[in-house]
Design a protein around this ligand. Structure first.
Ligand SMILES: [Zn+2]
Length: 116
């Protein structure tokens, strides 16, 4: 293992420049390698990260000057039947709790009034 290059140059897709597509280890023996990690905030999902490798700093600058590509986005989260069932269960528990509380107050009230 050469140990000269930063992360896995064996993986062709991981070692390709995001601008010119050439493997960055080929360019000046990987000396100009630049790695960028862009962090953005997303209201729905919190922080989102985007990683890219470049053969030179110039290509990194070009890439950063463009509109950023969408980070790998998770599938849109539609409410599943499990979610709806859980929500319905919570509503049922709240209604049951309210009903039992009312019944308890009614009974306690009747008991107190019966004592008087
Ligand atoms: Zn490049």
């Amino acid at each position: 293992m050469p140990g000269v290059h930063p992360p896995d140059p064996a993986d062709a897709s991981a070692s390709a420049c995001a601008v010119c597509g050439r493997p960055w280890p080929d360019e000046d023996d990987g000396r100009g390698w630049v790695h960028l990690e862009v962090t953005r905030s997303d209201e729905a999902e919190g922080l989102r990260f985007l990683d890219a490798d470049f053969c030179t700093q110039q290509h990194a600058a070009q890439w950063l000057a463009r509109p950023l590509p969408d980070p790998a986005s998770a599938a849109p989260s539609a409410a599943t039947w499990g979610d709806r069932l859980a929500a319905a269960w919570v509503v049922l528990l709240v209604v049951l709790t309210a009903a039992l509380t009312g019944l308890g107050l009614w009974t306690a009230g009747g008991f107190v009034l019966g004592l008087l």
